[in-house]
Design a protein around this ligand. Structure first.
Ligand code: DUT
Ligand code: MG
Length: 151
């Protein structure tokens, strides 16, 4: 398993709440917790930036991490991310934050330690642009945005 440097910014991690860990052998995501001082509510339509109590330094430019919603929160409560997906650059060393957006119709309560989103490490290819006049021809060509129909 890949080792990633982490700083614990809130001492409740490692004591009151565990360090994010894979829940099962096949889990792709590590659940991130709300390391807040007080219970709060997110009103319908509201977005709040929540600290996770951690910072990570991925260091390797061929890796990044994405923050994704938890499906239960998104589907049942309309709790998704204000940025839809969070992207953590490999050179970012600041606090890991989760933008929580209540796109639902009821206020949503969050307590300290609640698992609010998940972090997934992903491979990255950094590309260099090669300017050309013509592309090598493909079957698809410029067709896109549903040009092949529905069925
Ligand atoms: O949900 C998120 C998204 C981003 N970040 C941190 C890590 C990331 O590396 C940095 C910058 O994110 P991004 O590049 O997506 O935001 P930006 O608006 O382009 O900011 P910047 O100008 O700092 O790159 O913010 C988080 O902590 N949580
Ligand atoms: Mg950026």
């Amino acid at each position: 398993m890949k080792k990633i440097d982490v700083k614990i910014l809130d001492s409740r991690i490692g004591t009151e709440f565990p360090l994010p860990a894979y829940a099962t052998a096949g889990s792709a995501g590590l659940d991130l917790r709300a390391l807040v001082n007080e219970t709060f509510e997110i009103q319908p339509g509201e977005t709040k930036l929540i600290p996770t109590g951690l910072s990570v330094y991925i260091a390797d430019p061929q890796l990044a991490a994405v923050i994704l919603p938890r499906s239960g929160l998104g589907h049942k409560h309309g709790i998704v991310l204000g940025n839809l997906v969070g992207l953590i650059d490999s050179d970012y060393q600041g606090p890991l934050m989760v933008s929580m957006w209540n796109r639902g119709s009821e206020p949503f309560k969050v307590e300290a330690g609640d698992r609010i989103a998940q972090l997934v490490f992903v491979p990255v290819v950094q590309a260099e642009f090669n300017i050309v006049e013509e592309f090598e021809q493909t079957d698809r060509g410029e067709g896109g945005f549903g040009h092949s129909g529905k069925k």
